[in-house]
Design a protein around this ligand. Structure first.
Ligand code: FEO
Ligand code: CA
Ligand code: CA
Length: 624
């Protein structure tokens, strides 16, 4: 989203500045292997042009890990050519081998038959209607197949990250509590029963279809539950989730929604007189936030109201949702830490432990990992959530292609005395990570775990990087890169190896059909093919894109491009991998002169965030 690009990390964690003060130009870095070698990067850099040579080194470097030998994946479809993708920016474009269908745009009634918003510019839903309709800002999602196997029916859980006031309300600022409630109800998560009937997907009625928005009752679990830092003098109950961006899903059938830029929804009635404290500053709180204006009509979001002094600590978590139990409250899993969560890529590690890889999406913020205390199956058999008990770590990337997972615990000698208890440490996870000297990254967006155990991290961009480090070598880095890590001890160890597998800038050469910028969504299929969704200004007049890549060979093919002003978010898939769901988020940024998607082009209808269902015309596996 466009608000996530400030800098909140004022720590001095810049571990490689001195090493790299030589001020390598980007071209030098990409082209001059002698320089790479001299700075120890050679074994860790696998930009597109160097990738083939890098495979052998990668295999050697990871031979002691669980990473299996790389196998080639066939990308057999016709890539969408740039010339074909740019003909009509108001409409999506797709590879000739594929077709798409729009599904559950903003305003769709969660249950068939309810009131719906169709993009009429002269009206908007009421807040009560919106509470039972699909929200806006479609982002991370997952398809939970009926009976675990259906390819035609299931529950789609989908995040509604954000919708600007101009888009949702049709004006820049709320004028009433009703306006604020409409905005709040457009945020959050939808759980929607969907079914394919005669080749078309649509909602179907289900008691488990529901909205979870900013005012829905939720509960807290894990080390911070019951902590004084969550209590308010107002004694208000726990409500809501907001700015739900990336996601995760567990093998026990639950959905994980990740609260990202929660700071932007808080403001202060004191205006310019408001001064955030040190911890609030580290999380980016300010007097006006992102301009939503909720604090003007809803005291929960007024940072200066002492009755709600800890309300902002209730956001910034990963939230677990049971798609098959409509009466179960969403649960904030505090053991996973509080930061601007982008996603939770699940792996079952050694001993059957639940492992999750998580990005904190801000310039110069960090990569994190969680490892459950014991086998997730055994914990669940004892009635314990594997996400409530375990260790969490933050990453330090070394120049020699190795890395270290540093434990975020009050038992870590380096953190002793810094926090009153583990609960306080978790509320201020970023501060603990600063203390440990974690490596500041170029905005960690999605993570994904490939079937061979390798973990991929999308580092979307960082135009303000002034000094390179080995894991973030471009200065500045306007287009981003994708990095791969392989953990020791089958995901549960405290060391890893790493290398860069794609530098987006390298794909922009004249005549190169593979150009992309700003990787954001990332998902590896069962063969290791990487699906990459982009969020940012693409080159050559392209709208944002969904690409498929083979990290072993460096091959990239364009599958789909969205509409003007949008970003491509989220990847979900049916068990047979023949139906893929992605999203166009903020199409036209809400401007009907840019696009009217998913309505036909008429220059008037408000464009609506929408899921896009992608299938191969011959019925084959998506991406093959
Ligand atoms: Fe909401 Fe970091 O993307
Ligand atoms: Ca982004
Ligand atoms: Ca994102």
């Amino acid at each position: 989203m466009p608000h996530d690009n400030e800098i909140c990390n004022r720590s001095s964690n810049r571990p490689f500045e001195d090493i790299m003060k030589a001020g390598l130009s980007r071209r030098n870095l990409l082209k001059r292997s002698a320089v790479l070698s001299a700075t120890g990067f050679m074994g860790t850099f696998m930009g597109k042009s160097l990738l083939a040579e890098g495979v052998a080194a990668a295999t050697r470097q990871t031979s002691s890990s669980t990473l299996l030998a790389q196998t080639s994946r066939v990308l057999g479809f016709s890539a969408l050519k740039i010339a074909d993708a740019v003909i009509n920016p108001a409409e999506p474009s797709i590879s000739d081998d594929y077709e798409y269908q729009a599904l559950i745009p903003w305003g769709t009634s969660i249950q068939p038959g309810g009131p719906e918003y169709n993009g009429d510019p002269n009206t908007r839903p009421t807040s009560a209607e919106q509470a039972n309709q699909v929200g806006i800002g479609h982002d991370g999602m997952w398809f939970f197949a009926k009976n675990g196997t259906s390819n035609t029916e299931g529950m789609l859980c989908i995040n509604h990250e954000f919708g600007r006031n101009s888009h949702v309300l049709g004006k820049d600022a709320p004028e009433s509590l009703e306006d604020v409630r409409l905005s709040q109800h457009a945020h959050g998560v939808s759980v929607v029963a969907i079914k394919n009937t005669s080749g078309r997907w649509d909602r179907v009625a289900s008691p488990n279809s529901r909205r979870i928005h900013v005012n829905t009752p939720v509960e807290f679990s894990g080390p911070v539950a019951g902590h004084p830092l969550l209590k308010n003098p107002a004694n208000n109950t726990f409500q809501g989730t907001v700015n739900n961006c990336g996601n995760g899903y567990t093998p026990w059938g639950t959905y994980l929604t990740c609260e990202e830029n929660f700071n932007g929804y808080f403001g202060s009635s004191e205006g310019d007189a408001f001064v955030p404290d040190e911890n609030q500053d580290r999380y980016g709180f300010s007097a006006t936030g992102f301009g939503y204006g909720w604090e003007q009509f809803d005291e929960r979001f007024n940072l200066s109201n002492p009755n709600y002094k800890n309300e902002h600590h209730r956001f910034g978590w990963i939230v677990e949702i049971d798609p098959e139990n409509g009466s179960k409250k969403a649960t904030k899993r505090t053991a996973l830490g509080r930061f601007k969560h982008e996603g939770f890529a699940f792996a079952t590690g050694a001993g059957g432990r639940a492992v999750g890889y998580m990005g904190d999406d801000q310039r110069f913020d960090y990569c994190y990992k969680f490892v459950s205390q014991a086998s997730w199956r055994s914990m669940m058999a004892r009635g314990l959530s594997p996400l409530d008990y375990g260790k969490r770590y933050v990453a330090k990337f070394n120049e020699d292609g190795t890395g270290e997972w540093m434990e975020l615990s009050v038992r870590n000698p380096k953190l002793r005395g810094k926090f009153k208890d583990q609960g306080e440490l978790l509320v201020f996870t970023r501060v603990a990570a600063d203390t440990l000297g974690a490596t500041p990254m170029d905005r960690p967006e999605w993570t994904t775990v490939a079937p061979d155990g390798a973990v991929f991290w999308a580092l979307t961009n960082n135009s303000r990087r002034t000094a390179p480090d080995p894991a973030n070598p471009l200065v500045p880095n306007p287009d981003g890169h994708i990095l791969r890590t392989v953990d020791s001890d089958n995901h549960v160890g405290t060391s890893f190896t790493w290398k860069i597998v794609f530098i987006a800038e390298e794909t922009h050469e004249d005549g190169d059909e593979t150009t992309f910028s700003d990787p954001d969504s990332l998902w590896a299929d069962s063969t290791g093919r990487l699906f990459i969704g982009t969020d940012g200004g693409q080159k050559k007049d392209l709208n944002n894109q969904l690409l498929v890549a083979d990290p072993a060979t460096g091959e990239i093919r364009r599958l789909f491009t969205g509409v003007a002003g949008d970003e491509i978010t989220g990847v979900a898939i049916t068990p047979d991998q023949r139906t893929l769901f992605t999203n166009t988020q903020h199409p036209g940024n809400g401007d009907p002169t840019e696009t009217n998607f998913p309505a036909p082009t008429d220059g008037v209808t408000i464009p609506r965030d929408s899921t896009v269902v992608i299938t191969r015309k011959n019925g084959g596996v998506v991406g093959s």
